[in-house]
Design a protein around this ligand. Structure first.
Ligand SMILES: O=C(CO)[C@H](O)[C@H](O)COP(=O)(O)O
Length: 232
């Protein structure tokens, strides 16, 4: 039986089939995206000519080691395709992202792309988002007030919030590539992600949140019984 990591790799390699010579790519973050980067590196070493914008320092380091030419959104502000993982996705291709802490760059890169293909194993596909705590990237300034504002906004939407500041593997507060903190917000099932997205985005100390709505154009989900493609 295929392991979860085998399935992640299958999804990543299926998305790789959509990469064409000359493409400007957004390159995602996480264990599934790492399979994509390794596969892409192999194709690049075989002569495929693409450039990529990485969504994290971690992805940038791996992509460089794979020999992939990297650029920035300043040099290359419009991308053809982003391929990235997700922590959860529903059948309407709404996502929760940011489990790896890269949600800000991931959202900027996805928004700069014509298309976004989500790569995931079957455990990530849900009927309703919210079993995975929603990562919210917040500025350090005013952190306490921002946390209160997040709780108030969620309560107004009938979502009882449980908020926790993310800790790194070293036991210290996690800091994103952008120098911010992450609040992991357990709201229970999120029946109206659009309303929550708007409410969180309106809070001044919130830099970005992990609800990706209207960004993914397709998803390839690898399940033991085979690949499932979803499209917007
Ligand atoms: O959003 C992300 C990083 O910020 C990742 O795409 C998400 O956490 C999925 O990771 P993995 O592929 O390791 O399950």
């Amino acid at each position: 039986m295929a392991s979860s990591d085998d399935l992640k790799k299958q999804a990543a390699l299926a998305a790789l089939e959509h990469v064409r010579p000359g493409m400007r790519l957004g390159i995602g973050t996480g264990s599934t995206a790492e399979h994509f980067v390794r596969g892409l590196g192999e194709r690049v070493r075989g002569g495929l000519d693409i450039i990529g914008v990485p969504t994290s320092e971690r992805t940038a380091a791996l992509a460089r080691a794979e020999g992939i030419t990297l650029t920035t959104l300043d040099e290359t502000p419009h991308l053809d395709l982003t391929v990235d993982g997700a922590d959860e996705l529903d059948h309407a291709l709404r996502l929760i992202k940011g489990g790896g802490g890269a949600l800000l760059r991931e959202k900027i890169v996805a928004a700069a792309s014509d298309r976004m293909i989500v790569i995931a194993d079957g455990t990530k596909l849900v009927d309703t988002l919210g079993a995975f705590p929603l990562p919210i990237e917040v500025n350090h300034f005013g952190l306490g007030a921002t946390v209160l504002a997040i709780a108030a906004a969620a309560t107004r939407l009938g979502l009882p919030p449980k908020l926790a500041r993310r800790q790194g593997a070293d036991g210290k507060p996690f800091v994103t590539d952008g120098g911010h903190a992450i609040i992991d917000a357990s709201f229970g099932l999120i029946q109206e992600p659009e309303a929550l997205s708007l409410a969180l985005a309106a809070i001044p100390g919130v830099v970005e949140h992990g609800l990706f709505i209207g960004l993914a154009t397709a998803a390839v989900i690898a399940r033991p019984e085979g690949l499932l493609w979803l499209s917007a």
